[in-house]
Design a protein around this ligand. Structure first.
Ligand code: FVH
Length: 293
């Protein structure tokens, strides 16, 4: 059987599962789909997917089983009754979860004779199958090698090692950075709106500023890995902390909640009080603990 002919099963047809299944169908794979709410499979069936009445029937149809459900509770509810029916198959679980959950599920899958890959999807559904999408995998290297051609249909594939917890670790770290950015953008727009400025008027400069600041990703990484948070001549923490009272102060003055941005201001003040005002913002990581192993 050529890789391009690998039959694939997709369990879960929410927004993301549907996008994944559509990429497989579009590439000509025999794609079997199952969803708790069967009606969600209808559009894919019209495009060429085979529908299965039960998760067990869907799993029986393919050596490669992609799981994309809401959370690990739903994954357990769907997979647990299948048990040894997974034997000899590769399970690729793209459901958001924690490293601990991934390791536990990998051990359970191995106990039932299945290869297991955990994954994190760095894309929203419309990005699947485009060059903008990338996906993180960890777990069985053999499963990754055997099915990489299929997985590449979703987006650029990155295998991060044999520990199944590694992909969700990266996934949660990258998504944490994203939510930090989202929080700042929402607070900024709320501030604008409170003074009668449309968010659209601020958007071009907001985007430009965030792009300019994205360089911190590499700079902070060097400082955090070395433990040297010295900032040289730019933007020391004492200066930033002194300015930060204006962020919460303006929110108070204009009647908006500072709750999305206040925590980092509190951490800055603590770090300055601890005698690190001459350092840079990366030093806040030392307040989050634990330190480097
Ligand atoms: N959509 C996104 O932007 C993000 C991108 C990054 C990755 N996430 C994660 O992908 C998982 C699935 O996300 P989704 O967008 O497909 O989510 P929904 O559209 O809400 O679909 C949820 C599916 O899960 C099924 N489901 C829920 N509970 C159960 C259960 N107890 N038993 C069986 N299936 C269950 C649900 O079925 P139904 O409600 O249609 O019957 C949907 O198929 C997720 O981990 C994201 O964090 C997406």
């Amino acid at each position: 059987m050529k890789m391009s002919e690998t039959p694939v099963t997709v369990l879960g047809l929410g927004d993301m599962g549907t996008a994944l299944a559509r990429a497989l169908v579009g590439a000509g794979h025999r794609t079997t789909v199952w969803n708790r709410t069967a009606a969600k499979a209808e559009a894919l069936a019209a495009e060429g997917a085979r529908t299965a009445a039960t998760a067990g029937a869907a799993v029986a149809a393919s050596p490669l089983v992609v799981v994309c459900l809401l959370d690990y509770d739903s994954v357990r509810q769907v997979l647990a009754p299948l048990g040894d029916a997974l034997s000899g198959r590769a399970v690729v679980n793209l459901t958001n979860g924690t490293p601990r959950q991934a390791r536990e599920l990998a051990a359970w899958a191995a106990g039932h004779g299945a290869q297991y890959l955990d994954g994190g999807i760095m894309a929203v559904p419309p990005m699947i199958g485009t060059p903008a999408a990338f996906l993180l995998y960890s777990g069985s290297p053999a499963a990754f090698t055997a099915h990489r051609t299929v997985l590449d249909l979703f987006g650029e594939s990155h295998h991060l090692g044999e520990d199944p917890g590694r992909a969700p670790l990266y996934d949660l770290a990258l998504l944490s950075a994203m939510y930090g950015m989202f929080s700042g953008v929402l607070h900024g727009y709320a501030l604008m709106r409170s003074d009668g400025v449309a968010a659209a008027d601020a958007a071009p400069l907001m985007g430009r500023w965030l792009t300019a600041m994205s360089g911190v990703v590499d700079g902070y990484a060097r400082q955090i890995d070395s433990g040297d948070h010295a900032t040289g001549v730019v933007s020391n923490l004492a200066m930033q902390s002194a300015a930060f009272v204006n962020f919460t102060g303006s929110a108070r003055d204009q009647g908006i909640s500072p709750e999305l941005i206040a925590p980092i201001g509190d951490l800055m003040a603590r770090r300055v009080a601890d005698g690190h005002g001459h350092e840079g913002l990366s030093g806040l990581v030392e307040l989050l603990g634990p330190g480097r192993p």
